[in-house]
Design a protein around this ligand. Sequence first.
Ligand SMILES: [Zn+2]
Ligand SMILES: [Zn+2]
Length: 148
Amino acid sequence: MSLNFESSLSPKCTAMRSLIIKQGHLNSLIMAVYRDKKAGLRRGEVKTHLIDCDACLAWLGHEVEPPILRRAKGATLCCCLEMYMAIEESAPETQVVGGLSEPVQFSLWRGEDPIWTIGARRTNIYYCPWCGARLPSEPFPRIDEANS
Ligand SMILES: [Zn+2]
Ligand SMILES: [Zn+2]
């Protein structure tokens, strides 16, 4: 982990990055920043600075492992981080970062009716079990698609 200060860095950015390193928990911080950014929330001096300052957010993105950054960004494409994790961990081709969610899957019943299921028994769900959002009639976009 490096402070990696550019010479042109403003005193505010320098102070923020020092504070972030001192506080630690970068993985949960970056998840929270992307979540608040999506929700339009302004909570806490550090998170607010990261939402407003592209340079510091990019710096933080380099301080965490690539799968963590992908997860933080990917969660903004879903209704919530928990749903993103459940979908990511359910996809057979996806590298599992960690954690163990109930698998959530999207499918088309008879090739035309959108169905969301949860768990090994594939119980139908219509609302997100974590945030309560109504589930869409198509799969959430994937981060690899959103990046391209
Ligand atoms: Zn900054
Ligand atoms: Zn949700």
